[in-house]
Design a protein around this ligand. Structure first.
Ligand code: CUK
Ligand code: CUA
Length: 558
């Protein structure tokens, strides 16, 4: 499965995951699947929530990095993966001197096959975009179902080169007053893709920029000051975009966008993309504070925006149909709560669905400075739990939690009772990759070592507190195929299996069968053992792999 994520034949065994997306039915989390993007390598993973294991990794054929992923359409028909740093499509080379003509942005719509639990590459497509840096995306819902949105930055098309006397990216990419909110008619795009009006990039269908313009698939509208994020309100009627360098969030009306498109009133950008006028699409601008990034929603008609520079969360009021849910005037700041420190994303309970639950918010802070005991120069991120089950100026900080590994960006919060994962695998001999019983699974009483020429196949079972067999004798130069079934039916009775010197270590959950292969190139005595403290006699859960040096058998037989 990891090999599916290889790039040009190279093993790439790390990622920079940014945005998990739970699968949805009618715009609400259904607890079945989870998707996440790898920003660094433009890959998308599919996780099955029956066992919380990754089942698939797809590599984007068009782009080498992404960012606006993953977000799902209301019934998980598509998983959105938007680009980030523009580059020639299909991982080609082009000089930075040809940036305007040869570099491109993209958005990819991966079709999800819920029955198979896999992305169906043969039903997926991408759209070519101008070389602005597409940022975060969101799918339309309810009022805006069938549409998708991505914000962007570097509409300036800065190409950096500070060492050559050019403005650094950070300056060049934030010179202009506005960038472009990308508005996609996804329904239309799907029709155009199905009609075959695409070109191929690395064998993958791409709707060209010109086709996207001609077919009315792509529109822009200005976004102030280095925007970050676009978040669709629970009713799908409003889109919230933050300007990182602007104390405001800008709220767009989907209805106004539709009217502006119908009226056919727009400017165009350098590539001929229609740019709807900000005055025609804007519903409101709310002054929230410094460095606004991301917005989530609750059940009381409030929106919550993270403020990176202020180190705070702003609570503000939605208008439209939300106006009578809260006591305050619509589109105004209600209160702020300080967080520690420099918040990136924030998450409210089911706060990006059609029916947010409210009650709790987690601030995902990038800096932890004085919050935890010093354990050296690498500090954890600090997640803070905030009580939002109230109105007005009343948010309460409840709890700090250090997150020690990597930099989590986004998270989602789902009601616990929507999840129904397995406690143990449904049948003994289960292969999690196929979600069915492995026909080669070792069975109790049938454990054995089979030799076929230079290939040795081991059929092993694991149960508290022994492996069967406990001796495996092979010869240097053998190719080994080794299956282990954990035959436990008890909840939490996981066993580990490790072989020193051969770089082998496994976790085998109750009912699971795993298979691994290796070449026995090192002779010697290798004690394999269980790496999970599973019982009082866990230390005895061990065995010997004996690899006889080449020729030994012949010598002994003489
Ligand atoms: S981005 Cu805004 S903090 Cu990847 Cu969602 Cu990280
Ligand atoms: Cu099995 Cu320890």
């Amino acid at each position: 499965m990891l090999d599916e994520g290889n790039i040009n034949g190279k093993e790439v065994r790390w990622g920079d995951t940014h945005h998990p997306a739970l699968s949805e039915t009618k715009g609400d989390y259904d607890g079945q699947f989870l998707f996440i993007n790898d920003k660094a390598n433009a890959r998308v993973a599919v996780i099955d929530l029956r066992d919380f294991e990754t089942k698939q990794i797809v590599k984007n054929p068009v782009a080498l990095n992404d960012h606006g992923g993953t977000m799902v359409t209301p019934n998980t028909e598509y998983i959105i993966e938007g680009g980030q740093y523009a580059a020639p499509l299909g991982w080609e080379y082009a000089s930075l001197d040809d940036y305007n003509t040869d570099y491109r942005g993209m958005v990819t719509f991966w079709k999800f096959d819920r029955d198979k639990g896999r992305i169906d590459k043969s039903q997926s497509f991408a759209i070519e975009l101008p070389p602005y840096w597409q940022d975060l995306c969101d799918a339309g819902k309810l009022a805006s179902e069938g549409w998708a949105f991505c914000n962007s930055f570097n509409a300036e098309r800065a190409t950096g080169g500070v060492e050559e006397g050019n403005p650094p990216f950070e300056a060049g990419a934030s010179q202009g007053d506005t960038d472009y909110l990308h508005i996609f008619n996804l329904k239309k795009a799907e029709e155009v893709y199905k009609a075959g009006k695409t070109v191929e990039v690395n064998g993958f269908p791409v709707i060209s920029l010109q086709t996207a313009i001609d077919e009315g698939i792509l529109y822009f509208t200005p976004e102030p000051k280095s925007p970050h994020g676009v978040d669709v309100s629970p009713d799908g009627k409003f889109l919230v975009v933050s300007g990182k360098l602007d104390p405001h969030v800008t709220v767009y009306s989907f209805e106004k966008i539709q009217k502006a498109i119908e009226a056919g009133k727009w400017d165009t950008d350098d590539y001929g993309v229609p740019v709807l006028l900000l005055d025609d699409t804007k519903e409101a601008q709310v002054e929230v504070g410094l460095g606004p990034l991301h917005t989530q929603f609750d059940d009381k008609g409030y929106a919550y925006t993270s403020l990176f520079l202020d180190s705070a969360v702003a609570r503000w009021t939605l208008g439209g149909d939300f106006a009578d849910k809260h006591p305050e005037e619509p589109w105004q700041l209600v209160s702020k709560i300080s967080v520690h420190y420099n918040i990136g994303h924030l998450v409210t309970a089911e706060g990006d669905t059609v029916s947010p639950d409210g009650r709790y918010l987690v601030a995902m802070n990038k800096w932890a400075i004085d919050r935890f005991a010093n354990v050296g120069p690498l500090l954890p991120q600090n997640f803070q739990l905030i009580d939002i089950d109230n109105t007005g100026d009343n948010m309460q900080l409840l709890y700090d939690m250090p997150i020690g590994i990597g930099e989590p960006h986004y998270a989602q919060m789902i009601k616990y009772d929507k999840l129904s994962p397995w406690e143990v695998y449904p049948e003994i001999g289960w292969d999690p990759h196929t979600q069915s019983v492995d026909p080669n699974a070792p069975k109790p009483g049938e454990e054995r070592v089979e030799r076929n020429g230079k290939t040795v196949e081991v059929f092993m079972t694991a149960v508290r507190s022994h492996f069967t067999p406990e001796h495996v004798e092979i010869e240097q130069g053998d190719h080994v195929i080794w299956h282990i079934t954990n035959i436990e039916r008890a909840y939490d009775a996981t066993h580990g299996f490790s072989v020193p010197g051969y770089n082998i270590n496994l976790s085998i959950e109750p009912g699971e069968t795993v298979t691994f292969e290796f070449d026995a190139d090192q002779p010697g005595v290798f004690s394999y053992y269980c790496t999970e403290f599973c019982s009082a006699l866990h230390l005895e859960m061990t065995g010997y792999l004996l690899v006889k040096p080449t020729g030994t058998t012949a010598m002994l037989n003489q």
